[in-house]
Design a protein around this ligand. Structure first.
Ligand SMILES: Cc1ncc(COP(=O)(O)O)c(C=O)c1O
Length: 461
């Protein structure tokens, strides 16, 4: 029974609407029929008009559906969301632990961001180049795409034009767009094992069948790929994630040939090519592609800022008409001010300088961390990956109590990262990120880490 107060200042239809809404949320099941308008009107002594207005409001908000000659029924969409809300247990907020040393493997130190220049160019972009009266380009600003194209041609041997580049809000955004774009053509997605879980998750969420292909000392196992049904393959050929292996040119050519025969597609993720410390990275796989089979992905997260969320994707020419057809009404995936500022940053020569600076800076941190690890942990560990990126991967070579290790690290407020969390497979490694630390902090962090490490070594009795 609803309480409808004929003398209240609140309109009758509003009182009825609120009472019905509450009742639906609490007591009704999806698809259950509501009483007829006539029945409610007579039960509560209301006019038919009043009841119709209340039902009309519930209908407009999507709580109920109306079927001619059958009446009103509780709609499923809204009911689902009520249920979720009602059943939602309010889990007490876990207090965030403040870590003293956080070895996050994809972090840059805050002061390595060129803030002064960025601020100046940001203002310039707003003053001089932004047209607040126009819609922006959904593919990304042409000027920025032209700058990226020039950079990729010169630094990574990518063969492309600005018209093939799509500016995306980070890697996941680019992969989501691609997964949707080519879903009608490909169904078996291959990923390196161990590999970058985020790539797998995105393609799995679009219904692709996932094939995990092992890696060897030359990167992706081409033979295993050939034996699989995969027709779209995601790889990190320049600096395999997470092992750091580089795919040699002979295997790149084999891979291109195989995928061409399969009428397939390769997604080349060149995520941290700017951060190669020992050798110059070998040019992109895309640059070798004679078959128009490679989608090339890059990001500004590793060298400029992971906070800005800017990545880009170079589509093969044959996919451009499909992209243009599918995304003609879509608006930019990265804010216009960020795009314009970045365009100025690159065109004024700051990007090239910044890359050199960031590489030198992180090489120093990399070398320092590697040397300290070798000195302090000596022959109790082996280095599994080094020489690039923002982390060194290590593994103990002595009997090790992992539980104790994790617990003592937690107690010492040291945040650790394990390769398995991000890449699965059987690949076990501790990912020692150095990018977020200053050199001074690296000394302190490795000192603290060594104490925890030695505490976890199981001594022979
Ligand atoms: C393998 C790999 N690809 C791509 C990215 C870049 O991701 P995003 O552009 O979303 O920061 C990362 C970042 O850590 C990565 O590890």
């Amino acid at each position: 029974m609803y309480i409808i107060n004929q003398h209240s200042k609140k309109p009758l239809h509003l009182q009825l609407y609120e009472a019905l809404k509450k009742d639906i949320m609490k007591n009704y099941a999806v698809g259950e029929k509501l009483p007829s308008i006539r029945k409610i009107a007579s039960l509560y002594n209301l006019s038919k008009n009043t009841v119709e207005t209340a039902y009309g409001q519930l209908y407009a908000e999507g709580y109920i559906e109306s079927y001619p000659k059958r009446g009103y029924f509780v709609s499923d969409i809204y009911f689902d969301s009520f249920q979720t809300k009602q059943n939602l247990k309010t889990t007490p907020q876990t207090k965030e632990i403040t870590y003293k040393y956080d070895f996050f493997p994809a972090k840059l130190s805050k002061d390595s961001f060129p803030l002064k220049t960025w601020k100046r160019l940001f203002t310039k972009a707003i003053d001089d180049t932004l047209d607040f009266g126009s819609y922006p380009d959904g593919q990304g600003e042409l000027g920025l795409r032209e700058e990226i194209a020039k950079y990729l041609i010169a630094s990574r041997g990518v063969v492309c034009e600005a018209s093939q580049i799509i500016i995306c809000g980070g890697f996941s955004d680019a992969m989501g767009l691609l997964a949707k774009l080519v879903k009608h053509k490909y169904n078996h997605f291959a990923i390196e094992n161990p590999g970058y879980h985020i790539a797998r998750k995105i393609f799995a969420s679009y219904g692709y069948h996932i094939d995990k292909i092992g890696i060897n000392t030359k990167g992706l196992d081409i033979q295993a790929l050939q034996q699989s049904k995969a027709n779209i393959v995601y790889i990190t050929p320049s600096h395999q994630y997470p092992t750091g292996v580089t795919m040699p040119i002979s295997n790149r050519v084999k891979l291109l040939h195989h995928i061409n025969q399969k009428d397939g597609l390769i997604i080349e993720d060149d995520y941290d090519s700017e951060l190669a410390y020992t050798n110059r990275p070998i040019p992109s796989l895309q640059g070798l592609d004679k078959y128009d089979r490679v989608v090339y992905l890059g990001t500004f997260a590793k060298s400029l800022s992971p906070a800005l969320r800017i990545a880009y994707m170079v589509l093969p020419q044959h996919l451009m008409p499909l992209y243009q057809e599918s995304y003609d009404a879509h608006f930019p995936r990265v804010s216009l001010t960020t795009q314009k500022t970045l365009e100025l940053f690159i065109s004024h020569g700051y990007w090239d300088k910044h890359v050199r600076k960031i590489r030198t800076l992180n090489k120093k941190k990399h070398d320092l961390m590697r040397n300290l690890l070798q000195k302090k942990l000596a022959n109790t560990m082996t280095i599994l990956a080094q020489g690039g990126g923002l982390a060194i991967l290590i593994y103990p070579t002595v009997p090790f109590d992992w539980e104790k290790f994790k617990k003592s690290a937690q107690d010492a407020k040291i945040k650790l990262y394990f390769a398995k969390e991000r890449c699965g497979g059987d690949f076990e490694a501790i990912r020692m990120g150095f990018g977020g630390f200053s050199e001074q902090e690296i000394h302190q962090a490795i000192d603290a880490f060594s104490v925890v490490w030695y505490g976890a070594i199981v001594m022979k009795s």
